[in-house]
Design a protein around this ligand. Structure first.
Ligand code: S3P
Length: 186
């Protein structure tokens, strides 16, 4: 039987951005893991962190993986892990800062998930990466401010392909979660 109410609710259901995985992309230090975990909690969804999944699969930290096998091998693992995590089930996924640069990964995320670009000023990123100094091989032996600036210039146009863009202020991460909830219509 034709029911306009049922139709419109079915349509709304289909377009609900949380009916598919929500994938956080953006530079190191922006807070993808912390924000992602809290967002998942608020939405009552499971949470996965691609860096952590890679570390568990390899039995090595990312720093050890870069050192032992090199960046290319890490990137290959990252691509495979994210393809496994995007399985059609609603969840929140935090990705490593370089994941969205891979064309295959990016296409998969854009087609099968709701991508959110989490962005912050360089100063905020510098302060935040300083809290876990040494854990990010791309920053080793560099001036983090300069390196983050270079990465932002190269990567921001690509992150900008994500349909949702959230600028994270130097405030507690919960305010970023609030902004995301609003963008998701929650
Ligand atoms: C990287 C970001 C890191 C990690 C690896 C490489 C990058 O993740 O995947 O060190 O290329 O930007 P976070 O963004 O969680 O720090």
């Amino acid at each position: 039987m034709y029911s306009p109410a049922a139709m419109s609710s079915a349509t709304a259901h289909q377009h609900d951005p949380i009916n598919r995985p929500i994938v956080l992309v953006g530079l190191m230090g922006v807070g993808k893991s912390t924000v992602g975990r809290r967002l998942a909690h608020r939405l009552h969804l499971p949470f996965a962190d691609s860096d952590q999944e890679i570390e568990e699969a390899a039995g090595l930290t990312i720093a050890e993986m870069f050192e032992k096998y090199g960046e290319a091998e890490f990137r290959d693992g990252e691509r495979r892990v994210i393809a496994r995590l995007i399985d059609g089930n609603p969840k929140v996924i935090a990705t490593g800062g370089g994941a969205f640069m891979n064309e295959q990964t990016r296409t998969l995320i854009l087609e099968k998930a709701t991508a959110i670009w989490l962005d912050a000023d360089i100063e905020t990123l510098v302060e935040r990466v300083g809290r876990r100094a040494g854990s990010r091989p791309l920053l080793n032996g560099t001036d983090p401010r300069e390196k983050l600036k270079t990465l932002a210039e190269a990567r921001n146009p690509i992150y900008a392909l994500a349909p949702i863009h959230i600028h994270s202020k130097p405030l507690p991460h919960d305010s970023t979660v609030d902004q995301i909830m609003k963008a998701l219509g929650r």
